[in-house]
Write a protein that binds this ligand. Structure first.
Ligand code: PEP
Length: 249
């Protein structure tokens, strides 16, 4: 089933007390959210506490990344198995900041997808083009290659578990949002590209839009037929804004 999802990527923000306040603020207003699955992705350091705070609620917990390896001498690494053990259910993989700052290539991301899937963490897999690629009219090609190098290599059963986030890099944290039409056009392209490999199964994939989504623009973006929700950065750090987005369907 194509689910409506709103996921908050906190990135490297909040100390633990601030994270606790943020979760409590979201929990307090969760009764207003009728149509969407809500996911929060706090920093690694907060996951265990947030998992305890979320017990008994419908909010789901995600990490922002995972290691490509199982275990061993990888200083600083956090494995998918560790994440499951502290209560995470989802894992963001392939965020453009990780691709850019940590050199995560499609090949590494494919291994991370496998790590997540074999440990029962559901991947929220990010794709998207940078500004120069869009300006050169290469954006469809760039996203197609990102999909072919990664998701195309999954089997049907694993593919059905994946959530996709289309995040044009030029819209992340910049205040520039893709227009609802630009988002719909790319989401439809992603679905069509995936259907070439996975057939009708691609109809059921949730494809989220990410890039400067705010309470003021969420409704018109989420109204597009192939946009099944959002991956929210900045606005997910304010409980009332995040709730306003999660109720914008
Ligand atoms: C993100 O980092 O996934 C994101 C979409 O950020 P922002 O909403 O701040 O643009």
């Amino acid at each position: 089933m194509r689910k409506k999802i709103v996921a908050g990527n906190w990135k490297m923000n909040t100390v633990i007390s601030e994270g606790e306040n943020l979760v409590n603020g979201i929990l307090k207003r969760m009764n207003e959210v009728k149509n969407a699955t809500v996911i929060v992705a706090p920093p690694f350091t907060h996951l265990y506490l947030v998992a305890q705070l979320l017990k008994g609620s419908t909010i789901r917990l995600s990490s922002q990344n995972c290691a490509a390896e199982d275990s061993g001498a990888y200083t600083g690494g956090v494995s998918a198995k560790m994440l499951i053990s502290v209560g995470a259910q989802y894992c963001i993989i392939g965020h453009s900041e990780c691709r850019e700052y940590y050199g995560e290539t499609d090949e590494i991301l494919y291994v991370k997808l496998q790590q997540a899937l074999k440990n029962n963490l559901i991947p929220i897999f990010c794709v998207g083009e940078v500004l120069a690629e869009r300006e050169a009219n290469r954006h469809f090609n760039v996203v197609r290659v990102q999909l072919e190098n990664t998701l195309y290599r999954l089997n049907d059963i694993d593919f059905e578990k994946i959530i996709i986030a289309y995040e044009p890099v030029w819209a992340i944290g910049t205040g520039k949002t893709a227009s609802p039409e630009q988002a719909q056009e790319m989401h439809a392209f992603i679905r069509q590209t995936l259907s070439k490999k996975f057939g009708a199964k691609a109809d059921n994939t949730s494809i989220l839009y990410g890039g400067s989504v705010k309470p003021s623009n969420a409704k018109e973006i989420f109204a597009k037929p192939d946009v099944n929700g959002g991956l929210i950065g900045g606005a997910s750090l304010v409980a009332d804004d995040f709730i306003a987005i999660a109720t914008a369907f």
